[in-house]
Design a protein around this ligand. Structure first.
Ligand SMILES: Nc1nc2c(c(=O)[nH]1)N[C@H]1C(S)=C(S)[C@@H](COP(=O)(O)O)O[C@H]1N2
Ligand SMILES: [Mo]
Length: 369
């Protein structure tokens, strides 16, 4: 038996997970209970209160009793392999960045033939103040060898997804040396919570969340590409199962609204009184590219929204629009465009695993006095 054969999952390797439509499956509901999303009304906060930040944990949240014995090892194609304590990492120059994190699977459940996985509709996004040290300081200390071509970041959580693996991702040295890629120990001024990677995680601003490895304890500098499951198999845009595909990287432009008016408990449908209504929302894009326009739509008629201030290169911006609501059943929507001219599609964006679906946000509203 090869090493890879020994790791093959005894659970779902044979059956696979065909795309489905209709009711949610028990497995999807269970994942939804484990991985909370932001409440759309919490988009009001510039910085998402920590307990309202979304979660995406593939396996079990590791129990780490204390940060005192945590170490980060850096090995492989480096001049001086090192094992650093958290205290040694915290002694490096610190930096705080406001970063909007979004899961690549956000919007997956809005695709007609959806992939069986975490059934996100719109909620897998949040903004935090992340404090850490630029990863570059640690890489400078170990010294990359000239043949270093990929850097793997490994967490301590492990489990099965096709094969047994620990959660890991990699970055090229060029990306890893960016001043804004951080080794983070604090979120919103407090130590990371267990579910957000206590005591140490990576934050890769502008990229979908999968790059920001939690419970980080090992960095391996390599002279060959890292081929971990989450790097080469999971996060790949694919038309179909046998499409070689394209890796998922930066966040695509998107916007969301705080649902206006009063909610119905069960359906979340809204009731709004006729007259002027100020609709508030957020918009963001990836790779540090600013959002330059947001439109607000009512039944397919669009108006420009007013944009709020920019709060750093990687954080969402607020927007608002005044809607003169008239009686009836309507659908409101919002659509953002970034400086590259990328804009949100009106229809779902097909991807077999439901990644990167940034179609416009729509909400059904009953307008009645
Ligand atoms: N070790 C580890 N890191 C991880 C994950 C994980 O399951 N294990 N999930 C990733 C994914 S897919 C996302 S979207 C973000 C979510 O971070 P959050 O739970 O702090 O919001 O963490 C990333 N880092
Ligand atoms: Mo994710």
């Amino acid at each position: 038996m090869t090493e890879r054969e020994r790791r093959v999952s005894p659970f779902d390797a044979e059956r696979g997970r065909p795309n489905v439509e209709g009711d949610f499956l028990r497995q999807e509901v269970r994942l939804a209970n484990r991985n909370a999303g932001i409440l759309l009304e919490a988009l009001r906060h510039d910085v998402t209160p920590t307990g309202l930040h979304y979660l995406l944990n593939h396996f079990d949240v590791p129990y780490v009793a204390s940060a005192a014995d945590w170490t980060l090892s850096v090995s492989g194609r480096v001049r001086t392999p090192l094992k650093l304590s958290l205290a040694e990492i915290q002694a490096l120059p610190a930096k705080t960045l406001r970063v909007t994190l979004e899961c690549a699977g956000n919007g997956r459940a809005n695709i007609g033939l959806r992939y069986q996985s975490m059934p996100w509709m719109y909620e897998a996004v949040g903004t935090s103040e992340w404090t850490g040290t630029p990863l570059r300081h640690v890489l400078d200390r170990v010294g990359l060898e000239p043949d270093a071509m990929d850097i793997a970041f490994l967490g301590i959580d492990r489990g099965f997804d096709k094969i047994l693996h620990e959660y890991g991702r990699s970055l090229t040295p060029q990306l890893a040396l960016n001043e804004d890629v951080l080794l983070v120990w604090a979120m919103n001024g407090a130590p990371l919570l267990p579910q957000h990677g206590f005591p140490l995680r990576l934050i890769v601003p502008g990229w979908y969340g999968m790059a920001s490895v939690k419970w980080l304890d090992r960095i391996e500098v390599r002279d060959s590409p890292y081929e971990g499951q989450q790097q080469v198999a999971s996060y790949i845009y694919k038309e179909s199962a046998d499409d070689p595909g394209v890796p998922v990287t930066h966040i695509r432009v998107k916007s969301l609204m705080v649902p206006p008016g009063l909610p119905d408990w069960y359906t979340r449908h809204r009731l709004v009184a006729p007259g002027p209504v100020t609709v508030f929302g957020r918009a963001w894009s990836g790779n540090g590219v600013p959002v330059t326009r947001v439109e607000f739509g009512v039944d397919g008629t669009w108006q420009d929204a007013e944009l709020g201030a920019i709060d750093g290169q990687y954080a969402w911006r607020s927007w608002q629009a005044v809607w003169h609501a008239t009686e009836g059943e309507v659908e409101i929507a919002c659509r953002a465009t970034d400086e590259n001219g990328d804009t949100q599609p009106l229809e779902e964006r097909w991807d077999r695993a439901g990644f990167g679906n940034n179609m416009v946000h729509r909400i059904g509203v009953t307008v009645r006095a």
